[in-house]
Design a protein around this ligand. Structure first.
Ligand SMILES: Cc1cc2nc3c(=O)[nH]c(=O)nc-3n(C[C@H](O)[C@H](O)[C@H](O)COP(=O)(O)O)c2cc1C
Length: 444
């Protein structure tokens, strides 16, 4: 059995909408570097490939009364700074975070992630997102969000420019030779001279080529445009499919598109978001999950469904009645793929508003498992064997407990099955994941 790719997703207090209400949750998780250090070191002790910090460049708009009970992204460190500090207190684990192609400039992103790659000695990864949160636009001299198609066109060009900037210097450009008085070889310095629809960037970057050549490119969009961008550029994809058959279809779809970009399917690791609640017996695991579910305030549940539906107003709907089909939007400027997933669920199962938010509260539409260590490992193994994914991004319901449970109970079982390493044998994130090091486009 081949080894699976494994990341740990650390949304502030936990992935569950009621995470911070759990008495054992780190209540100031979004603003506490010592806490984050502890989480990243736990992931490293468990031999994860990488830790991941999601991001959005702004607070969320919506019902502030509800959001005051659901503070995700309201109190949230800037993740590149956070991971740069984390690099100094970890040695092996990969460090992946989000930066938006809609609200950054490519030169900044190339420099920031290039620097993170140097600081961490080859452990950086960039999650390319176009930003789902429309409210972010108001922080960047705009009145509204870019529409979806434009966002993805810009993203494509953005990634090209960033990779080109990382290639500014050939790997051996810096001679640092006092005897000849030559610090670098000018023949190995390259200007990008990019002039495209969205960006005009001359380069070069004032930073040596990153240790990995290029930091690992991750991607989390699942719409039509998102899949195309993933097939062309992504080396890790985060997906949120709750059912194995949907995950298998998505896996085949994205990998099937890679050929036209001259890429082999093995050059992309598909990681399924997975919310895990584990305990020695299934009954205990169910009890744990029921407890955190009992902490959801109905205002938060309503707000959660509204966000997934792209900002729909559901304030007048009863919690225990079905959601009238005509009240469900057909388009979302935020995330077409998340809207499509929720539309499909409503059409399939005719859930009440309460049932719908209870279904989404822990996993936000990703896969979820509640059970014993063996049951969790069985499910993970089956998904990988049946080509639903190449690995997982583990999302604990609350931190640190939800994640520690996974490390203490599931990791040894995965190691016993040979699905996870017991020691780091490789140095860089690329090597952990078995990804090739990109050649410099300018080198002979
Ligand atoms: C594990 C995971 C992590 C994600 N992280 C982010 C993130 O940090 N920021 C963001 O805007 N979107 C993130 N997304 C993606 C959004 O859910 C959404 O799919 C994306 O913004 C693109 O929309 P699209 O799929 O409709 O193209 C993440 C998705 C998954 C599954």
């Amino acid at each position: 059995m081949k080894r699976i790719a494994l990341g740990a997703h650390f949304p502030s207090m936990g992935q569950h909408v009621a995470a911070w209400m759990h008495p054992d949750a780190q209540i100031d998780g979004g603003h506490n570097f010592r806490w984050f250090t502890r989480m990243a070191q736990a992931a490293e002790r468990a031999r994860f490939d990488f830790v991941f910090m999601a991001d959005t460049v702004g607070t969320r708009d919506g019902d502030m009364r509800a959001l005051s009970r659901w503070p995700q992204y309201m109190a949230h460190f800037e993740p590149i700074s956070l991971l740069s500090a984390t690099a100094a207190v970890t040695e092996h684990v990969g460090l992946v975070c989000t930066a938006s192609t809609s609200y950054y400039e490519p030169y900044n992103v190339a420099r920031l992630f290039g620097t993170l790659d140097h600081i961490s000695e080859g452990r950086a990864g960039w999650n390319v997102v176009t930003t789902a949160n429309a409210a972010a636009s108001h922080n960047f001299s705009r009145d509204d969000h870019y529409d979806v198609a434009d966002r993805y066109k810009r993203a494509r060009e953005f990634v090209e420019v960033v990779k080109g900037l990382w290639d500014s210097w050939e790997d051996d450009a810096f001679l640092r030779d006092r005897a000849t008085g030559s610090y670098f070889d000018p023949a190995k310095l390259h200007r990008l001279d990019h002039d495209g629809r969205f960006f005009k960037v001359r380069g070069p970057l004032n930073l040596a080529r990153p240790p990995q050549g290029h930091p690992v490119i991750a991607q989390a969009g699942a719409s039509e445009d998102g899949m195309e961008l993933a097939a062309e550029t992504a080396e890790v994809v985060f997906q949120s499919k709750s059912r194995m058959q949907d995950a298998q279809a998505f896996y085949a779809e994205v990998k099937g598109r890679m050929g036209k970009y001259g890429r082999a399917p093995g050059e992309l690791k598909m990681c399924a978001g997975l919310n895990v609640t584990v305990a020695p017996t299934e009954a205990e695991a169910r009890e744990k999950f029921a407890y955190i579910q009992s902490l959801i305030h109905p205002d938060v549940g309503r707000e959660l469904v509204s966000v997934e539906l792209g900002g729909a107003d559901l304030s007048d709907l009863p919690l225990d009645g079905p959601i009238p089909w005509e009240r469900i939007p057909t388009e979302s400027v935020m995330s077409p793929s998340r809207l499509a997933a929720m539309r499909a669920l409503v059409a399939r199962e005719n859930l009440s508003l309460r049932q719908l938010y209870e279904r989404y509260a822990g996993s936000r539409g990703s896969a979820q498992i509640i059970g014993t260590p063996t049951q969790v490992a069985d499910m993970m193994q089956e998904w990988v064997e049946r080509e639903a994914c190449d690995g997982f991004i583990i999302q604990g319901s609350y931190f640190p407990g939800g994640f520690d449970d996974f490390c203490q109970m599931v990791v040894p079982e995965l190691q016993r099955r040979g699905l996870m390493r017991t020691e780091y044998e490789t140095r860089t994130l690329r090597d952990h994941l078995g990804l090739p090091r990109p050649r410099n486009r300018f080198a002979a």
